[in-house]
Design a protein around this ligand. Structure first.
Ligand code: PLP
Length: 303
């Protein structure tokens, strides 16, 4: 097991905003900085057991870092391809894990195509959200919450490609939490799940305009729609500006710095825009993320 059992904190400031108890699952404390190591760590362990000799990925963000971490821990070489736009801090973090970094092209798609072309027979490409093994790994978050004695009536999380959503719903169902409502938050400009729900099918977004890069999946996994048909899942839309404010509020309240991809889920709790109804216990997934810095100015300037 490559992930950690992270702290579960009761948040007095968020409980006061929400008018009910809010618990925080602090996956910002994972060794790779985000929840991604749950699913990616599990998938990498399984693929190594099945004979994978090398892991490939084309993410310069939290998924790439999780693959690099998993490879180092498992003793499996990792090749990561990222586009030229990838920030220096992300490059450094991946290199520090001992992965080989390739810079190719100007978009994620260029890097992705290049990574596919590098594939050898015993290589395994690790997808950031589209893999049942990832969803299994993510579901351990709910195992830990239930083991800590908390059975939430509502869960708030952010959605990019929908891998976290699929894993959390699987975990809730495994523990008989069939009525626990999942609030799936996306910012305007990266709302591929909201659009898919509205259309009843996966929709490809042409222009991603949100600065929450970890949520910038053009299309969600089709599994996210199946999950939403089998479990109470509600789409909530926020904005980058609200998510930016939530970074500051959360830093003030809990002294932990998260990225926009994570604070997007906290913003509607602070802003009181989630219709919690008679839910008494809310679980907010503090999914973490490396795309942040105490010099938040670079994000603010981008407005
Ligand atoms: C990947 C990621 C998300 C979104 O997860 P999906 O499985 O793509 O929906 C949210 N926040 C952070 C910090 C992430 O790294």
């Amino acid at each position: 097991m490559l992930h950690h059992n992270t702290p579960l904190l009761e948040s007095l400031p968020l409980s006061e905003r929400a008018g009910r108890r809010v618990f925080l699952k602090m996956d910002a404390m994972q060794p790779s900085g985000s929840f991604k190591i749950r699913g990616i760590g599990h998938a990498c362990e399984q693929y190594r057991a099945r004979g994978a000799q090398r892991f490939l990925a084309s993410s310069g963000g939290n998924a790439g870092l999780a693959v690099a971490y998993a490879g180092r821990k498992l003793g499996v070489p990792v090749e990561i391809v990222v586009p030229e736009t990838t920030k220096l801090g992300a490059r450094r973090a991946i290199l520090a894990e001992g992965a080989t970094l390739h810079i190719h092209g100007t978009s994620w798609n260029d890097a992705h195509v290049y990574a596919q072309a590098m594939m050898r027979p015993d290589d395994r490409y690790i997808h950031p959200f589209e893999d049942p093994l990832l969803w299994d790994g993510h579901s351990t978050l709910i195992d830990e919450v239930v083991a800590a004695g908390v059975r939430p009536d509502a869960v708030v999380l952010s959605v990019g490609g929908g891998g976290l959503l699929c894993g959390i719903v699987a975990g809730l169902q495994r523990h008989g939490l069939h009525d626990t409502v999942v609030y799936a938050v996306e910012p305007e400009g990266a709302n591929s799940f909201a659009q898919a729900l509205a259309a009843g099918k996966v929709v490809e977004i042409q222009h991603l305009t949100s600065l929450a890069v970890s949520l910038g999946a053009r299309r969600v996994t089709p599994r996210a729609l199946e999950v939403a048909a089998q479990h109470p899942v509600r789409s909530i839309i926020t904005t980058d500006a609200a998510a930016m404010t939530a970074i500051h509020r959360f830093l003030r309240d809990h002294r932990v710095l998260v990225e926009l991809g994570c604070s997007a889920a906290l913003a509607p709790i602070y802003d009181q825009t989630i219709p919690f109804g008679d839910a008494q216990t809310v679980l907010a997934i503090v999914c973490g993320g490396m795309n942040t810095s105490i010099y938040l100015d670079h994000l603010e300037e981008a407005w």
